[in-house]
Write a protein that binds this ligand. Structure first.
Ligand SMILES: Cc1cc2nc3c(=O)[nH]c(=O)nc-3n(C[C@H](O)[C@H](O)[C@H](O)COP(=O)(O)OP(=O)(O)OC[C@H]3O[C@@H](n4cnc5c(N)ncnc54)[C@H](O)[C@@H]3O)c2cc1C
Length: 415
């Protein structure tokens, strides 16, 4: 049995930062991680490039069932420019802006650099990291060996005064997250919001667009369920099984929550009036006009669906054809039957309700000395670095608060 002051469970994005800040405040800190090297989601993030942060934070685009002001407060507790300075100055990971997406990536374009720098930084601040160790249970009490909490792990018991739960959600289980932390939090009586996969590709069981697989473009999507309307804009990718890309991922959680929204796509930024003007050209190929603004394969597909011959020219364009084509271009009903679920979800929606923790310290309101951070809390943001920003901000707040409180406790005990 070993004793520590702060035990952080989970060396993902939030846990690595939490451990570094807990150790920086002078607390004896142990970070326990089930995989052999930690930060597995960081490694696969951003297609292996790691979109560390957005260049502009959009708190209003985050999704939560908890009071949104709590989410905004937690995010802003570590302002974006300070997060960026942390990576560039403390971790020595210079970031570069990808102009078209507004995303910040490490200049090296290697996610491993980010993960390794976080591990090294936590160690340099004094945190001890135990890889290949799974926490199987957590109990509160005063064991004879001291400490407030007992952690059961695959490698024996450990006691400590403060625990930070940073075990992530349920998405991409191969990266180490299996919901243990969520179960522990639920067992301690925290109000939980049912979890759901988010930022996950959509599936169309009829594979009605499989022939377009690989075609990508910018699209505007409008999901409507009842009176609720959600709009997204950005990259759209046809896949063999359905659709992906930022505009799809950002809307996908709606399909996972039983709302069954209707989704309509606008295949370019052109308005119906602009298309009408184009089609008034005296004698031009309709397909050529379309192909100026959308991929030719999509243009052909839409014309076939509507029943417009591929060689149709504007001079013989029937009014009914023109109207149907403009409808398809600006309000195309996207058939979908489901989503790829947690297997491919970039994040998990739902989790521990935000009003269950102190908004500044992230200490549980149910269990004194227990802190929660990262994806296990009921919040996620859009594609673009927002989810790491959430993990860094909440990880730092929990780490600082747990560390300082543990140091204060040790002083009290000595006095
Ligand atoms: C494919 C993919 C790409 C992504 N790309 C981006 C991106 O570019 N930008 C962005 O902002 N976000 C991205 N995300 C989202 C981002 O990775 C997550 O929001 C973030 O990693 C959440 O951090 P976390 O620390 O809360 O959880 P995680 O990163 O999931 O970390 C949890 C850690 O806890 C460990 N653990 C779990 N249970 C136990 C246990 N019982 N005992 C010990 N250890 C345990 C796990 O092994 C894991 O290391 C991506 C996600 C995926 C899946």
């Amino acid at each position: 049995m070993s004793v520590s002051s702060v035990a952080v469970i989970g060396a993902g994005a939030a846990g690595l930062v939490a451990a570094a800040f807990a150790a920086s405040s002078g607390a004896k800190t142990i970070l326990i991680e089930r995989t052999r090297d930690g930060g597995r989601k960081i490694l696969i993030s951003g297609g292996g490039r790691c979109n560390v942060l957005p260049s502009v934070l959009a708190p209003e685009r985050f999704v939560t069932d908890s009071p949104p002001h709590l989410l905004r407060g937690m995010l802003r507790a570590w302002p974006l420019h300070e997060q960026r300075a942390f990576f560039e100055n403390d971790l020595k990971i210079p970031l570069a802006l990808e102009e078209e997406s507004g995303k910040l990536f490490p200049r090296s374009n290697k996610s491993k650099d980010v993960r390794d720098a976080l591990v090294d930084y936590a160690r340099s601040k004094g945190a001890e990291i135990r890889f290949d160790t799974t926490v199987t249970d957590l109990t509160v009490g005063h064991p004879p060996s001291g400490g407030l909490f007992t952690l059961e792990t695959s490698k024996g018991e450990l006691t400590c005064d403060r625990v930070i739960l940073a075990t992530g959600g349920l998405s991409v289980p191969a990266t180490g997250s299996d919901g243990t932390g969520l179960n522990i939090a639920g067992r301690f009586g925290h109000r939980m919001i049912d979890t759901y996969p988010a930022l996950t590709p959509l599936v169309d069981k009829d594979e009605s667009h499989a022939s377009l697989s690989g075609v990508s473009l910018d699209a505007r999507l409008r999901a409507k369920s009842g009176s609720k309307i959600t709009e997204t804009f950005g990259g759209f990718l046809f896949t063999h099984r359905g659709y992906s890309g930022p505009s799809v991922l950002d809307i996908s959680h709606l399909t996972a929550r039983g709302d069954a929204p209707t989704i309509r796509a606008t295949w370019s930024v052109r308005t119906p009036a602009e298309w009408t003007k184009d089609f008034e050209a005296r004698s031009a190929s309709v397909l050529t006009i379309l192909s100026r603004y959308i991929p030719a394969r999509l243009a052909e597909h839409l014309m076939i669906e509507i029943g417009i011959p591929a060689d149709r020219r504007t001079s013989s364009f029937k009014r009914s054809e023109r109207l149907a084509l403009i409808d398809a271009l600006t309000g195309y009903p996207l058939p979908w039957s489901g989503n790829e679920g947690y297997k491919k979800a970039e994040v998990t929606g739902g989790g521990v309700a935000l009003d269950q923790v102190d908004p500044k310290t992230l200490e549980s309101k149910r269990v004194a000395g227990l802190y929660l951070c990262g994806e296990m809390l009921d919040a996620f943001g859009p594609i673009g670095g927002h989810n790491f920003s959430w993990a860094w901000a909440t990880g730092r707040a929990a780490g600082l608060a747990a560390g300082l409180s543990s140091v204060a406790l040790a002083k009290e005990e000595r006095a």
